[in-house]
Design a protein around this ligand. Structure first.
Ligand code: GDG
Length: 483
């Protein structure tokens, strides 16, 4: 069995996530090379981590390799090793083929395998031990996401002195769905080891509290849960929503760069300068509603409400979880659908759908956002959806229309979007036409309101609010309900 890395327990702030914020480039020993993998979480936590002498505990993305802890950009990186079998069972299996579909309202059937669960427990313990080894006395440890739900309790058992936070980036389902999980009690017990458990939406926090009452009978008052620990003492745990966001200023700055604007014009030109460019940007995932959106677009062309001369759809589907069967099937289905729609509707000069199965640099994403008149976010279920916020942040010109699914966390905040139920194909078609034909003044009015919202709650605000709540300095200190 692989062991947690040994490291001096000197870090006052420890972040634990499945993947580290760096990618392995190659090399051995002192020659090992790493590249920062720019994600929202790193941006949010970098300043906090530097200020607090922070360590980041996580997996490198490379199986069967042990790496010593190292410094990267002022942050201490603590790699946790995973065997190839553990990647299969803990990560691709239990995380992405059991928890992911279950927590996204069983859009795809979750698979329950006892070996996967065993690997999940074993790997969670290794992460907990690594965090326990790195944390100083009374340190703050912030655990991220559904791959690590058992870590809070395991960590508390080893180190009762720590202040432990957990943030769930994906939805938490209603009890009727959650209760399918054969290990439903163990997972909740794992989470309740934290002092603060954060969710994207108020509804997620509500679902969690109901599951706690049903399975453990603990009393809940507002956002506070009275947890009875093994020693019989009552501990107050806060479960509430902290909607995550993006570095809005950085996106705006990127979109304002002349070369990004030039690239946006180039993109439109290469599409044949249509009146309306519609855009979808998603990891290729069955939760994102990519097929629903393409079906609606295809029907609009078929019905003659849109034509390929005036409108085109660009769909970026970045490769994701390609070793999981459900994702392979989805890719085949989507590519069949794209081929059919293009065969039926494209002309020699005008392509109906431009489908791109690639990941792109962030500048290219910003250029795509600027080039798009209509942004289609039609997820069937999504914790937040950062793409919606990135689109809004990029549109410093107060133009463009966001079509946004009600089943995203983002729809709680982005009320001035054109809100849709993606299951209702006729409603979705009407919304797409409404967005395509929306008068300029109306577009500007909505976009200004959306932009204000994303600016006011950016990712720095998100992490600050969570950490203030966790350390009791915030607007809501643990133990005090906020109604
Ligand atoms: C999970 C939850 C929650 C995508 N393709 C490319 C690329 N991306 C970037 C986007 C965006 C991010 O990936 C995707 O974030 P989302 O929020 O849209 O979705 P998930 O990946 O499912 O994230 C979600 C999130 O966690 C945070 O809590 O909002 O609900 O499911 O930033 O821009 N970036 C680049 N090239 C690509 O091709 N550079």
């Amino acid at each position: 069995d692989a062991a947690a890395p040994n490291i001096a327990p000197v870090y006052d702030m420890v972040v634990v996530s499945n993947r580290l914020p760096v990618d392995y480039l190659g090399g051995e020993g002192a020659q090992t090379q790493w590249k920062a993998s720019p994600g929202g979480l790193v941006t949010a936590l970098e300043p906090v981590m530097r200020a607090a002498d922070g360590a980041w505990v996580g997996w490198t993305g490379v199986a069967e390799r042990e790496f010593e802890p190292f410094e990267h950009d002022g942050i201490t990186i603590v790699p946790v090793p995973l065997s190839a079998d553990e990647v299969e069972d803990y990560y691709e299996g239990f995380s992405n083929d059991t928890l992911w579909p279950l927590y996204h309202d069983v859009i795809a059937p979750p698979r329950y395998h006892r070996e996967w669960w065993d690997a999940y427990v074993r790997v969670n313990r290794r992460f907990a031990e690594a965090a326990a080894n790195a944390a100083s006395d009374g340190a703050v440890v912030w655990v991220q996401d559904y791959q690590l739900q058992l870590v809070p309790r395991m960590l508390r058992e080893i180190r009762p002195d720590l202040v432990i936070g957990f943030f769930n980036h994906i939805p938490f389902p209603a009890y009727g769905i959650y209760s399918q999980l054969p290990w439903r009690r163990q997972v909740i017990a794992g989470l309740l080891g934290a002092d603060v458990i954060g969710f994207q939406r108020a509804a997620d926090a509500g679902n969690f509290s109901r599951a706690v009452r049903r399975l453990f009978g603990y009393r809940t008052r507002g956002t506070v849960i009275d947890v009875r620990d093994d020693d019989g003492k009552v501990r107050h745990v806060v479960a509430r929503h902290f909607p995550i966001s993006i570095d809005a200023a950085a996106f705006e700055q990127m979109a304002r760069r002349p070369e990004v604007q030039e690239r946006a014009r180039e993109i439109r030109k290469s599409l044949g300068d249509p009146d309306i460019v519609m855009l979808g940007v998603d990891r290729l995932d069955y939760t994102k509603g990519i097929r629903h959106r393409m079906k609606a677009f295809g029907e609009l062309l078929r019905d003659g409400r849109l034509s390929v001369e005036e409108a085109t759809l660009v769909q970026v589907a970045s490769p994701s979880r390609e070793r999981v069967d459900t994702y392979r099937q989805l890719r085949d289905e989507i590519e069949l659908q794209v081929g059919r729609l293009n065969g039926d509707h494209s002309t020699l000069g005008h392509q109906a759908i431009t489908y791109l199965h690639h990941g792109y640099p962030r500048e290219e994403m910003a250029a795509l956002y600027l080039a798009a008149d209509v942004m289609l976010v039609t997820a069937l279920r999504d914790g937040m959806n950062l793409v919606a916020k990135e689109y809004v942040a990029s549109r410093y010109d107060d133009d463009g229309v966001l079509v946004l699914s009600e089943f995203t966390g983002a729809s709680d905040e982005l009320r001035q979007a054109v809100l849709v139920n993606p299951h209702d194909i006729d409603g979705l078609k009407d919304a797409m036409v409404e967005a395509a034909r929306m008068p300029k003044r109306e577009r500007a009015r909505r976009m200004r309101a959306l932009r204000k919202r994303v600016r006011d709650n950016d990712v720095a605000n998100w992490s600050a609010t969570f950490l203030e709540t966790l350390t009791g300095a915030g607007p809501i200190s643990p133990g005090v309900p906020d109604g």
